[in-house]
Design a protein around this ligand. Structure first.
Ligand code: G16
Length: 539
């Protein structure tokens, strides 16, 4: 039975860098999910006759939210909903399924790399028919509607059994429960040389992958162990759990502690990798060796010819402004297009759709290509395995050869977490006002060449976005400041530091970047304004 339920609006349903991301407790409030989803439906002119894709990374509240969304979709006249079995789907798979089925939109229920559980975070990523997350112009309208919503539609019906593959009906809507692994595996088999990677594993190559008890567990088991022949047990934490077994599914050197300990032990395997909660981020490690995401993007781009799926060439490459400049040198050498966009994968999508780029990546452990409109964690890991299989070189050797050819961008991100939102906004506003006066001034060993806001003019849709503040120094060093758009706890100030070096590739990263970190604190008056004398998280 169709119910029209009166509701009162929430005032905090503004999407951040990637969808709506909140504390689980916030999302559990009465009608919270319903308000947000109805606001989306209303903003896009309703969903009557439309097809959507739905699934999540398995975190706490996934099962409840999925049932609500299915019943709302049916009540709003949706024609068909394609749902991952047991309510699971990775963000990359959702994008693929959306494109393959020419669906009108999709939801992935995830707070990505943020912890899950009752006291953790929950989120909803909303993708449009392009397969990518909705543009800011659309999310702004959704936010406006969410502040005025008065009612939503929902079907009064029993819960749908999502364990059963195949088609069933909910009201007049068709629900197709799909095996979420197959479309993804097939796509990877089309791109990469699985035979070469199988040979690599058959030859004793040792590999370990951390799935953090999140959605990539089943994918990684199937692809790396069952199909490619890595020994059983190569995938750690492979079973999706509502609280990720207490793990923080963020693939970086701090949160992937188990993996990092293994890779930095004396008996380390040849390669280590991890993905985040919803499977779009990746981290790559060699034996006692870490590849920065910025370097990884540059290395993958430089080696595209080794991958069957790209052997006919690539259009170009893009990175977010905050990401190191490493890939710009590769683009120049290859003579391909090169773009810098604001932080947020959605900004790459127009460039992919218009064939300006094939590859793109971000410092926040995201790499991907135009095979979908999201970043893709397992894709990046397979790309590395494919390069290793073809060249016979180690992760470290590949990276060092890259530095020898192009120079090395020493690069790090410093996060100042849990800052009062008003303090953070004021810090950024005052800094922006001060930047034009900085050119020519010297701070320690660094002299400012130019400074200003990063403004992106999208060459496809003509939109203009301001994202972050950049200080360039005369020695090609750079500081980028921006506020995170994915946190749920006050504001996080991200400070991205980069120094370029053409000779010495064995400097201690922390020591080499510390003077620049100090300059960053000084210019933005971080200590005085936030009380923090050092960053909370270094990645
Ligand atoms: C999201 C976006 C990325 C972005 C990252 C960090 O990733 O898709 O484009 O780089 O957040 O954003 P911020 O610096 O604003 O916190 P994910 O994996 O969380 O969806």
């Amino acid at each position: 039975m169709l119910k029209i339920v009166p509701t009162t609006p929430y005032d905090d349903q503004k999407m951040g860098t990637a969808g709506l991301r909140k504390k689980s407790k916030t999302v559990e409030q009465p009608n919270y999910v319903e308000n947000f989803v109805q606001s989306i439906f209303d903003t896009i002119g309703g969903v009557e006759g439309k097809t959507f894709v739905l699934g999540g990374d398995g975190r706490y509240f996934n099962k409840i939210a999925i049932q609500k969304i299915m019943k709302m979709a049916a009540a709003n006249g949706m024609k068909k909903l394609i749902v991952g079995q047991d309510g699971l789907i990775s963000t990359p798979t959702s994008s693929r399924v959306l494109l393959d089925n020419k669906a009108d939109g999709g939801f992935v229920l995830t707070a990505s790399h943020n912890p899950g559980g009752k006291n953790g975070d929950f989120g909803i990523k909303y993708a449009t028919a392009t397969g990518g997350q909705c543009p800011t112009a659309v999310s702004d309208k959704i936010y406006e509607n969410s502040k005025n919503i008065r009612e939503y539609k929902i079907l009064d019906a029993p819960d749908v059994d999502l364990s059963r593959l195949g088609t069933q009906k909910l009201g007049n809507m068709e629900i197709e429960v799909i095996d979420y692994l197959t479309p993804y595996v097939e796509m990877m088999e089309e791109i990469f040389d699985f035979a070469a990677i199988k040979k690599l594993f058959a030859g004793g190559f040792r590999f370990v992958f951390d799935a953090f008890n999140a959605v990539t567990g089943p994918y990684a088991k199937k692809i790396f162990e069952d199909i490619l022949g890595a020994p059983q047990g190569s995938v750690l934490n492979a079973v999706p759990m509502e609280d990720f077994g207490g793990l923080h599914p963020d693939p970086n050197l701090i949160y992937a502690k188990q993996l990092v300990d293994i890779m930095y032990s004396d008996n380390a395997p040849d390669m280590g990798a991890a993905n985040d909660g919803d499977g779009d981020r990746n981290m790559i490690l060699g034996k006692k060796f870490f590849v920065t995401p910025s370097d990884s993007l540059a290395i993958l781009t430089d080696n595209y010819r080794l991958i069957p799926g790209y052997k006919n060439g690539i259009f170009g490459v893009a990175k977010s402004a905050a990401t190191s400049t490493a890939v710009s040198r590769v683009a120049k050498a290859l003579g391909i297009g090169y773009y810098e966009v604001p932080t947020g994968w959605k900004y790459f999508c127009n460039l992919m759709d218009s064939h300006r780029i094939t590859f793109c990546g971000e410092e926040s452990f995201g790499t991907g290509s135009s095979h979908i409109r999201e970043k893709d964690g397992i894709w990046a890991v397979l790309f590395w395995l494919n390069i290793i299989a073809v060249t016979g070189k180690s992760v470290e050797q590949i990276t060092r050869e890259h530095w020898a050819k192009y120079g090395r961008s020493y690069y790090m991100r410093n996060d100042y977490d849990g800052i009062d939102v008003a303090v953070a906004n004021k810090l950024m506003a005052d800094l922006e006002a001060k930047l034009p006066t900085l050119a020519g001034q010297t701070f320690g060993d660094f002299t400012v060449r130019s400074a200003g806001a990063f403004i992106y003019n999208d060459p496809v849709d003509g939109s203009s976005t301001k994202n972050g503040l950049v200080v360039y120094f005369t020695d090609n060093s750079r500081i980028v400041y921006r506020l995170s758009g994915t946190g749920t706890n006050g504001a996080t100030l991200r400070v991205y530091l980069e120094r370029f070096e053409t000779q010495d590739f064995d400097k201690n990263m922390l020591e080499f970047l510390e003077p620049l970190a100090e300059v960053a604190r000084q210019i933005a008056e971080i200590g005085m304004r936030t009380g923090k004398t050092k960053a909370d998280v270094l990645t």
